[in-house]
Design a protein around this ligand. Structure first.
Ligand code: KDO
Length: 339
């Protein structure tokens, strides 16, 4: 707390005296105005499991010294600009994608590549493995952002407006000419192309209307997102391609981190890990439960030829500019951590 040293008034002195008497009661607990403000911006909604986990698990665990201030639906910072906002001091936290990081550090595209991560456990093993250290260090040194933990977004699938009897997606060839909305960075667009589709860049917050009006044929996201964002209201089928076991990192301002005491840093780290774990379990449960809900809503849900998709996607990355940026041996290490 900063106490003014000039312009003392009688009333001010009385207030200060009252504070001095009450001081022992505050020992150890900072006043609200002294706490670190943690503005978090995400395109996700308030009911998305990553948002819920941060609000219900992260925020209370750091409440002694920090005020968590979430901004949902990209209302504070637009999608894919959050890291820049943290770097310039306009934001303290975000839920960052590997694709967004790949805008600055192309090697992060390895974590955004189709069919690389196998499942939620594999993501955690990769994130906590020494292989990740140089990646984390670079983001910290060059962008001033600490990647605290990995959050599970889920298995992305192809979700289309066309009913299955009009278009059945069994192989990448079936997606030829399909305008598939993908988020707007190069790594995302490349993945859309690798799936065989015609990728269209668009912010997450615009997708519902685009599906409703037919300005795109479809989009890709995990089942919990299809439900949370109500995409099922404006689409007719889901081909379970599982083309990306998707993740987001809990991104945190390095400047704010450095201003914390070692005890506070430990609390922030533990809180981020606990939130990620809580969100992961809930998201996995939702993925398992939501197939029947979506079928009840009239969507046709089926598994395409997964080998055909995997082979095609992987063949697109071989020799690509993305693969050229991957440090030697990292893909092998990631694969070795899987099943
Ligand atoms: C999306 O735009 O499709 C995406 O799923 C990409 C993710 O990286 C992430 O930004 C997510 O949107 C938002 O958090 C909304 O769920």
């Amino acid at each position: 707390m900063t106490i003014p040293t000039t312009h003392f008034t009688r009333r001010g002195l009385t207030a200060l005296a009252a504070l001095a008497i009450a001081a022992p009661a505050f020992a150890g607990a900072a006043l609200a105005e002294d706490k670190v403000k943690l503005r978090m911006s995400t395109p996700a909604s308030e009911t998305d499991q990553r948002s819920v986990a941060l609000a219900e698990v992260f925020a209370p665990a750091v409440a002694d010294f920090a005020v968590y201030e979430p901004h949902y639906n990209a209302s504070l910072i637009k999608q894919n600009s959050e890291l820049e906002a943290i770097a310039s001091g306009d934001l303290e936290m975000s839920i960052a994608s590997a694709q967004e990081l790949a805008q600055y550090f192309p090697e992060f595209s390895i974590f955004a590549t189709g069919y690389v991560h196998q499942d939620a456990d594999h993501q955690v093993k990769v994130f906590n493995d020494p292989l990740m250290e140089p990646f984390k260090q670079k983001v910290e040194d060059e962008l001033g952002v600490k990647l605290l933990s990995v959050m599970y977004l889920g298995r992305r699938h192809v979700n289309l407006r066309q009913p299955k009897d009009e278009l059945t997606v069994m192989t990448p060839d079936d997606l030829a000419g399909v305008n598939l909305r993908m988020p707007g960075t190069d790594a995302w667009q490349f993945l859309g192309k690798a799936l065989g589709a015609n990728p269209t860049p668009m912010a997450f917050t615009e997708v519902y209307t685009a599906l409703q009006t037919g300005s795109v044929d479809g989009q890709d996201n995990p089942l919990p997102t299809v439900v949370d964002a109500k995409f099922y209201e404006v689409t007719n089928q889901i081909a379970l391609t599982s083309h990306l076991v998707d993740l987001n990192y809990v991104a945190f301002s390095k400047e704010v981190w450095d201003s914390l005491t070692p005890e506070q840093q430990e609390a922030v780290q533990k809180a981020a890990d606990a939130a990620a774990e809580s969100g992961r379990q809930k998201q996995l449960q939702k993925e398992a439960d939501l197939v029947s809900f979506l079928k009840e809503q009239g969507l046709e849900i089926y598994e395409p030829d997964l080998k055909a998709f995997r082979d095609h996607v992987q063949s697109q990355y071989v020799g690509s500019e993305f693969a050229a940026s991957w440090p030697d041996g990292v893909l092998e290490k990631i694969n070795a951590l899987g099943n």
